[in-house]
Design a protein around this ligand. Sequence first.
Ligand SMILES: [Zn+2]
Length: 264
Amino acid sequence: MAIGLGAPLSSTATAKGWPTPAAGESASGDVELLLTFDDGPNPETTPKVLDLLKERKLHAIFFMVGEMVDPKKTKKAAAIVQRILDEGHVIATHTWRHRDLCKIKADDAAAEIDHGRELIEKASGFRTAWFRTPGGVRCTRLEEMLAERHLAHFHWDIDSQEWKKDRTVEKVVKMITNDIARAQSRSVVLMHDTKKIVVQALPEILKFVDEENIRRAKSNKKRIRFLEPSVLAREQLTPGLAAWVAEATANLRELPRMLATILP
Ligand SMILES: [Zn+2]
C-alpha cells in the first residue's frame, strides 16, 4: 500500500495556477483558517491528527487518496474513515493513486478522478463534493474533465511543503505560522495527515494561534478564527438549500454527511 504520497507533483511550477484566496474572501473580514489534510488516511498518523483536532474541537477537510481506503489493499482504513465522519470532519477526494492528472493519458486521468471518487464514496457511504488535484496541477484538459463532472479543484493558500526532505518540525511550524501571522483574510492551510512531522507540528501551530490571539486582543486587532468546513459548505449552497440544511441538521455530526450529499 502506498504510504507517504505527500510529495506534490510539479508543485512549484503549477501551484500558482489556481486563483487565490482558495476559498473566497472572509465574510467577516477576520483572518479565517480552514484546515485541510491530504493524502490519507494513514493508520499511524491520521488518528493522531484526529486526536489533536478533537482536543481543540476543530474540524477539517480530509482530501483522501482512493487507494488508501481500498478494501482490497487495506483493512485499517474503514475504521478511520468512520471516525473522521463521526467526529464531524468532511471527507473529500484527492484521486485514486495520486498521479499527475496533466501528464498521464486522458483515459488514465479520468480513471484517477472517477475511481478515486468511487472508492472514497464506498468507504464513507456518502457522496463527496470537494476535490483536489494531486500537486495542485492545472491544465486545460483537466479543467474540462472537472467541469464535465461538476467538480472544481479546491486549492490552498498556506503550504509548509512538509513533504520536502529538508523539513524539520521547526521549519514547518515557522513556515506556517509566518504565513498565518501575515494572513489578511481567509486562508486554506494544506498539510498531510500522512506525515509524522505534521503530527508534531500541529500542536505548535495551534499554540501559536492562541498566543497570536492574545497579542491581537491587547492591540485591538481582529483575531484569527478557524473556519468550519460546514460553514464554507453552507456559503456555497443556494440560500434555499442553506436554510433547509440549517433546519434539517439539529445534530452537528450529521452536517458533513448532509453537506457532502447536496453540494454541487
Ligand atoms: Zn497530495
